[in-house]
Write a protein that binds this ligand. Structure first.
Ligand SMILES: Cc1cc2nc3c(=O)[nH]c(=O)nc-3n(C[C@H](O)[C@H](O)[C@H](O)COP(=O)(O)OP(=O)(O)OC[C@H]3O[C@@H](n4cnc5c(N)ncnc54)[C@H](O)[C@@H]3O)c2cc1C
Length: 412
């Protein structure tokens, strides 16, 4: 056993673990941060496509509402460290931020590396000891109190331990679910875990012919009987096997449980910026009044990129080279209805490999929201994605990681 004794050992160097370590060290605690990968903050580096959407401008009330039923659990953490506090903290450590679209907040450098460098400097300044390549294998307990951790190399003493090991998404960035095992070995319940925020696979193979196309302002719908109707709007990108893009990420959170239940989920897409059948008919009429000899594909291309227009014409059974005026009435009606709502069938996804978030985690029932401390083991705390809370795309999950890490690091 290493003879050094720490006030706090933090397991995991993501947003949650790093801020917890800084907060505790600022209050004079002797802190050790353990990271199993060779570098700190690998996932933080990848966030926002490398730009790091660290939070957003919502009020705490609205913010919590976007996390669903359990959102209220965040109240104390957000009161202690909300978006404004996070922005101030970043400024204090030398990172300027801005909200280019008035909602999502990024570092002005538009690089997550700026944030990581500043956090690393701050950890050094306040005396956090960081050890990489150290995987925690077990939590050590004496009676009902945490006493330290066992890594692959050593046994380490500490009066407090914070588990900030993240979820299961993007395992190459360190998220392999270790925290769930560590906590459940001590009696904590872990809810069902499923991947969320990831590309979706579709049964229809035609999507691969459109894979270069990014379609703006797409509307997505799922109308299943006996289920809440699902709606979303945003940019969509076709892939070799299905769909991805910001609108799909959020939608995937909702679709995954349905997929688990039914195996397939019928989806309707409006790819024409919200135009309904009547709007499309009017648009076609206008185009044909200017160019009466347009063929079907030329006409649909006034609304959609060429490869997508070709696929939609094919689905409507229309010979794309045929002059639109000569197309049979039923096929025209079919084309217009397909342009208003294009059907796709979601039949799978790539699982945790490409999931930005894990839905589920350590049950909130056994964690005190005022402190983030375990209700079962004294001196044991949790923060970040390892807990059973997940938010949509748009800085929600990092804000939650920072806020819960801040509160946990107070060791209240
Ligand atoms: C590609 C991508 C982009 C994203 N973009 C955004 C975004 O722009 N905005 C946003 O709000 N959210 C975003 N998210 C989600 C967000 O990144 C996470 O919710 C958040 O980073 C979770 O932080 P965390 O500190 O809880 O866990 P993590 O960042 O996952 O950190 C956990 C750390 O613990 C380490 N660890 C695990 N087990 C052990 C162990 N046994 N011993 C030692 N160390 C261990 C891991 O290696 C890892 O470094 C994105 C996610 C992904 C994958």
């Amino acid at each position: 056993m290493n003879s050094k004794k720490y006030d706090l050992i933090v397991i995991g160097s993501g947003a949650a673990g790093i801020i917890a370590a800084i907060v505790a060290a600022r209050e004079g605690k002797k802190v050790l941060l353990l990271e199993k990968l060779s570098k700190i903050a690998s996932k933080l580096k990848a966030t926002g496509g490398g730009r790091c959407n660290l939070t957003n401008t919502l009020s705490n009330e609205d913010f919590m509402a976007r996390f669903g039923r359990d959102g209220r659990f965040m109240q104390d953490a957000l009161s202690a460290f909300d978006n404004k506090a996070l922005v101030e903290f970043m400024q204090e450590i030398g990172v300027e931020t801005h909200a280019p679209d008035g909602f999502r907040i990024f570092p002005t450098s538009h690089s997550s590396a700026t944030i990581i460098e500043a956090l690393e400097n701050e950890m050094q300044k306040v005396g956090v000891e960081v050890q990489c390549n150290q995987r925690v294998e077990r939590l050590l307990v004496v009676g009902e109190h945490i006493s330290g951790v066992k890594t692959q190399d050593d046994m380490l003493n500490a009066a407090n331990v914070i588990v900030a090991t993240g979820g299961l998404g993007y395992p190459v960035l360190g998220a392999e679910g270790d925290g769930y095992n560590l906590a459940s070995e001590l009696g904590h319940k872990v809810t069902d875990l499923s991947p969320a925020m990831m590309p979706l696979r579709t049964k229809e193979e035609w999507v691969k012919n459109c894979r270069a196309d990014t379609i703006a302002k797409v509307e997505l719908r799922v109308d299943l009987k006996k289920h809440k109707k699902l709606r979303a709007k945003g940019d969509l990108i076709f892939t070799n096997h299905g769909i991805r893009g910001p609108v799909v990420l959020d939608f995937a959170r909702e679709v995954t449980p349905l997929l688990k239940k039914y195996g397939e989920v019928p989806l309707l897409l409006n790819l024409t910026k919200g135009k309904n059948e009547e709007d499309i008919q009017k648009h076609f009429k206008k185009e044909l009044s200017k160019h009466p000899d347009l063929n079907a594909i030329e006409l649909t291309s006034t609304l959609l990129p060429l490869p997508l227009s070709q696929e939609i014409c094919r689905l409507a059974g229309i010979d794309e080279t045929q002059k639109y005026k000569k197309v049979d009435g039923k096929k025209r009606a079919k084309l217009i209805s397909l342009l208003a709502w294009t059907p796709l069938t979601v039949n799978g996804h790539d699982g945790f490999r490409l999931a930005m978030i894990t839905r589920g985690g350590i049950s909130l029932k056994e964690i005190d929201p005022k402190t983030m401390q375990s209700k079962l083991i004294k001196g044991l705390y949790f923060c970040g994605e390892v807990m059973n809370l997940d938010g949509p795309c748009g800085g929600y999950n990092l804000q939650w990681s920072f806020a819960s890490g801040y509160l946990a690091g107070k060791l209240l």
